[in-house]
Design a protein around this ligand. Structure first.
Ligand code: C2G
Length: 128
C-alpha cells in the first residue's frame, strides 16, 4: 500500500485545499493529512477561524482523506514519515524546496490552485 502524507492548516476549507488533497491521493492508496493544531498555528503566526477539532472533522469528511493526525511543530515530518511508513510527501508549490531535506520519501510539490486562499476569503467577506 502506497502511503502519502501532506501538512497544513486547512482553515475555511476551500477548492484549493480539495484539489490539493485530490491530487495527493492520486499519488498513492492511502492519504494522511497532518493538520496544524491551534497551538502550532500560533507558532506559524496564523489565527485559524475554526479550532483544530472542527478543521479535523471537515478534512476527515473528504473522500480523498484516509486519516488525519495533528501537526504540533515544524520538526515532526521525518518522524511521521518513518512512523507511518510514508512513501510520498506532498505539499503545494508555495513550499517548493522547503522540505527537500526529508529522507526515505518521494517529495512532490503540486501547483497551487489560483485565485483562492483562506486569506482571500476572509478579505472578500469583509469587503462585502
Ligand atoms: N493550497 C493550494 N492551493 C491554494 C491554497 C492552498 O494548493 N489555493 C495548498 C497549500 O499549498 C498546502 C495546502 O493546500 O499544501 C494547505 O494549505 P494551508 O492550510 O494554507 O497550509 P499552510 O499554512 O501552508 O501549512 O508544515 C507545513 C504547514 O503546516 C503548511
Amino acid at each position: 500500500m502506497k502511503k502519502v502524507i501532506t501538512y497544513g492548516t486547512y482553515d475555511l476549507l476551500h477548492l484549493g485545499h480539495i484539489r490539493l488533497l485530490k491530487r495527493a491521493k492520486a499519488l498513492g492508496d492511502y492519504l494522511i493529512v497532518a493538520i496544524s493544531t491551534d497551538e502550532f498555528n500560533a507558532v506559524k503566526g496564523k489565527q485559524a477561524f475554526y479550532p483544530y477539532a472542527v478543521r479535523k472533522e471537515m478534512v476527515e469528511a473528504i473522500r480523498y482523506v484516509d486519516e488525519v493526525i495533528p501537526e504540533n511543530n515544524w520538526d515532526q515530518k521525518q518522524a511521521d514519515i518513518d512512523t507511518h511508513d510514508i512513501d510520498v510527501f506532498v505539499m503545494g508549490d508555495d513550499w517548493k524546496g522547503k522540505f527537500d531535506h526529508l529522507k526515505n520519501v518521494e517529495i512532490v510539490y503540486l501547483p497551487r490552485t489560483e485565485n483562492i486562499s483562506t486569506t482571500q476569503i476572509k478579505q472578500d467577506l469583509h469587503d462585502q
